[in-house]
Structures are given as C-alpha cells and as structure tokens.
Design a protein around this ligand. Structure first.
Ligand code: FES
Length: 110
C-alpha cells in the first residue's frame, strides 16, 4: 500500500493589499508569496540572513527557522515580526509586510 503524504495548506492574507495565497506547512511563506504571480517580490537569500522579506504576523500560528538577529530582534520576534523565508504556517495567517517587501508590494498595486 502506498503511503500518502498530506501537506496541509493554509490561507495567508496580506492585510496591506487584501491579497491572499495558499502556503503549505512544508513551504516558507516567501516562496508561496512568490508563486502567487505577483511581480516585485524581492528575492533575497531565502535563508533568514538578508532581511528583505520582513513581515509582521498579526494572526495565526507558525513556526520559524533561524533568523538573523540583525534583522529581527527578540523583542520584534515576540511582537510577531519574522522573515517570511523562515516562516512555516501551522494555521491560516494574516500579516503585514514591512521594510523592503512593503515598498515593493505596495508599489505594484497602485
Ligand atoms: S530572503 Fe533573505 S532574509 Fe528572507
């Protein structure tokens, strides 16, 4: 019998633009965001080191992999800030984009 791997998929909403996309629990949010076909999403290191993909998660649960403290301090992390390339959802998420990501996302919607 074949084993079936079920990847849970969660809705991620960008509060800044009202857009949403699906992200699986195995995929980082930046990758899912890029796949929604939106142009201008900065593609940085995808390793939690450059800080271009900073977001503030307002609702939902998630886990993160190691992020550069130069870009996300402990205080910021406790307040919901994270680097999208290190965020893996465990429920539906609502987030604001901040920093360079915000500049690019908002520029393309005007
Ligand atoms: S892409 Fe570099 S920290 Fe996310």
């Amino acid at each position: 019998m074949e084993s079936i791997v079920v990847k849970e998929s969660f809705k991620v909403t960008l509060l800044d633009t009202g857009e949403s996309f699906n992200c699986t629990s195995q995929q980082h949010v930046l990758s899912a965001m890029s796949k929604m076909g939106k142009k201008g999403i900065p593609s940085g290191c995808h390793g939690g080191g450059c800080g271009v993909c900073k977001v503030k998660i307002m609702e939902g649960t998630y886990h993160t992999k190691k992020m550069s403290r130069a870009h996300v301090s402990i205080e910021e992390e406790n307040a919901g800030c994270a680097l999208a390339c290190r965020v893996f959802p465990t429920s539906a998420l609502s987030m604001n984009v901040i920093g360079k990501l915000q500049k690019n996302i908002l520029k393309k919607t005007k």
